[in-house]
Design a protein around this ligand. Structure first.
Ligand code: ADP
Length: 618
């Protein structure tokens, strides 16, 4: 498996940075269109405002336009103009004009003579009466006299009010006697415009704002004011020239036919969407300026919301991405750990296999060594047996030679006594011969028993009979050594143990012989035999009163060829063979020292159920 490249620790911050940069770039790209969209919406809303303002103004002007001509037709006015000094005429005209102004709902109505001096006016009663004022400088007057129609807007020099002036000549036939002017004020429109959020500015051909709901904009120029225009304003006293200063309003065309207007004042910066209408008759342009702030704020909010949604989406994506990455990492770690574990297990298994192989080889070696040992042991046992046989043959020839010699001399003696007719002595000698023969027969019987190859079969044997046989075999030696043999105390019921009769005899003979050997120097040797009943097992003890077993000898007493006896007397095979025989029976042979001196050997055998003689094991 190919290892995955490690994850860079800078990856997440880098991704976040890239995402941020992407967001910023997206926002920058989307911003103009988004802002335009909201500005357009605002503009569409204010299109109606523009239409309304235009129509209302146009209506107001249109309504007033015809009034001066109508008023001029009144005969009283011509009469006043013809006879300005006639008593009572002017007051009458004044009152007439006042009533007319009232009924027409206009600001002023006044009558001027050919020189432009006001003879009668609706304001004759008020402090700022027009009566006596000369308006020859006003274009509406000159136009009315010159062309028959005069119209003009200006700041009233007498009233201080902005007004729109319409004028018409007062004719007598074709003679122009003077002019009648009607003035309307426009302040009330501004009051209405002030109600809306948008700003309305009405400016003339000189680019000077005449009407606006923003007081500080009035008489400011919205564009360049030509020299000519300045001169004309001064000549007609249309506006106070000191007030005419440029309004720092910058126009900027946006895509989609929108115009943005930005006002930069020391107080701050204001942005608008600019829409314009025209009242051609008055030479007025009407500008409706919709504040761009709310639209921009809306666009910003939308962009922010969009950005937020995108960022949130990115965050969610990043979260899941990271979770996935972590999961992958964990999986990778698990996989590598698994691989490591597997390789470790493989290594361990290999080690174990090696160890197993070594162990098997070792076991094989051991088994071979054991086999060799067993073979050697068996060979040695065989050799031991042969040696014992040789020894026994020597002993036998001695056993038989002596009685044979005696038999020979008794026979010769008997023959001599028979020759001499001494039958009684002869009989005595023959009797001796017969007893000798009996003894030899007994020895031979035992030898036969001994020589017979014992069966390997293990079965119930009558313990008492086996012990008595062994004692019988040893009888001659026992008698010779003058030993006193005590025990065992047999119970009334017959005791049966698991074993082989002849082999068990052999063991007991060996133990008795060793006991006798140990007490060779003892003038009154004693051997004590005892039987202990342990329920499932039976223990037969043979104890002597010799020197006992040395501490150093004890551990090796059952080893083959271990002997402390002189060469020729002991082979060191007796206990080793006995040990193996008893073990073959499923019992044990142990050695120890008895309290009060002497060695004690214990043969422990499994108890067997009582049998008849026939079923007893050989
Ligand atoms: P052997 O009698 O031919 O030496 P055994 O195997 O019968 O061989 O005995 C081994 C040795 O055990 C003897 O040489 C002797 O030192 C010691 N031994 C055996 N029986 C007795 C005993 N009853 N008392 C003291 N030592 C004994």
């Amino acid at each position: 498996m190919r290892p995955r490249p490690p994850r860079s620790p800078y990856r997440t911050p880098l991704l976040a940075l890239m995402l941020l940069a992407g967001l910023c770039a997206g926002a920058l790209a989307a911003w103009p269109a988004l802002e335009r969209h909201f500005l357009t919406r605002a503009a569409v809303r204010d299109e109606a405002t523009l239409r309304l303002v235009t129509e209302v103004l146009r209506g107001a002007l249109g309504r007033t336009e015809a009034l001066p001509a109508l008023i001029a037709e009144r005969p009283i006015l011509a009469r006043v103009l013809r006879n300005p000094d006639a008593t009572g005429l002017i007051p009458f005209a004044n009152e007439q004009l006042r009533l007319t102004a009232l009924s027409l709902d206009v600001s002023d109505v006044y009558l001027m003579d050919r020189e432009g001096t006001t003879l009668a006016a609706s304001s004759y009663r008020s402090e700022r009466s027009f009566v006596g004022e000369n308006f020859a400088y006003r274009p509406y007057f000159t136009d009315a006299i010159g062309t028959g129609v005069g119209r003009f807007h200006a700041l009233g020099t007498t009233s201080g009010e902005r007004g729109y002036y319409f004028a018409a000549p007062v004719l007598d036939g074709t003679e122009i006697l003077g002019a009648v002017a009607v003035k309307i004020t426009l302040d009330r429109f501004e009051d209405a415009w002030a109600q809306s959020d948008s700003t309305v500015a009405v400016y003339d051909t000189a680019n000077v704002i005449f009407l606006s709901d923003r007081a500080d904009w009035r008489f400011r120029s919205i564009g360049p004011v030509s020299e000519l225009a300045v001169e004309r304003i001064a000549a007609t006293r249309q506006y106070p020239l000191t007030a005419v200063s440029a309004l720092p309003l910058r126009r900027e065309a946006l895509a989609g036919g929108l115009t943005r207007a930005t006002l930069e004042t020391p107080e701050g910066r204001e942005s608008f969407v600019l829409q314009e209408g025209l009242i051609a008759a008055a030479g007025w342009r009407i500008a409706v300026l919709t504040p761009a702030g709310p639209a921009t704020a809306q666009a910003a909010a939308t962009l922010g919301l969009g950005g937020l949604i995108v960022a949130l989406g990115a965050l969610v994506a990043a979260f899941f991405g990271q979770r996935r990455a972590r999961l992958l990492e964990r999986l990778e770690a698990q996989r590598s750990q698994h691989a490591l574990l597997e390789s470790r297990v493989r290594d361990r298994t290999r080690d174990l296999d090696d160890a197993n192989r070594r162990l098997r080889a070792e076991v094989e070696d051991r088994r071979a060594a054991e086999e060799r040992l067993r073979r050697t042991q068996a060979e040695l046992v065989q050799a031991g047996k042969l040696a014992a046989l040789g020894q026994m043959s020597a002993a036998l020839s001695h056993e038989f030679n002596q009685p044979l010699g005696a038999v020979k001399s008794y026979a010769e003696n008997a023959m001599t006594f028979l020759d001499r007719g001494r039958t009684a002595e002869a009989r005595d000698n023959v009797g001796r011969i017969s007893r000798m023969a009996d003894r030899m027969a007994t020895i031979s019987q035992h030898l036969r028993n001994f020589a017979r190859r014992p069966k390997d079969h293990v079965g119930p044997v009558p313990l008492r009979a086996v012990v008595e046989d062994a004692v019988e075999i040893m009888q001659a030696r026992l008698n010779r050594s003058g030993v006193s043999l005590r025990g065992p105390d047999w119970p009334n019921a017959p005791v049966w143990a698991m074993g082989g009769r002849v082999r068990l005899q052999q063991v007991l003979v060996n133990l008795l012989a060793n006991a006798l050997d140990a007490m060779d120097d003892d003038p009154a040797p004693v051997i004590e035999m005892a039987l202990e009943d342990h329920g499932d097992t039976l223990a037969l003890r043979v104890r002597d009163f010799g020197p006992g077993l040395g501490d150093a000898d004890l551990p090796q007493i059952f080893d083959p060829f271990f002997t402390t006896k002189d060469p020729g007397r002991g082979l060191g095979l007796g206990l080793s063979i006995s040990y193996n025989i008893v073990r073959d029976f499923g019992g044990t042979l142990t050695a120890g020292n008895a309290e009060g001196g002497g060695a004690i050997f214990t043969v422990t055998l499994r108890r067997a159920a009582p049998q008849t003689q026939e079923t007893a094991a050989e």
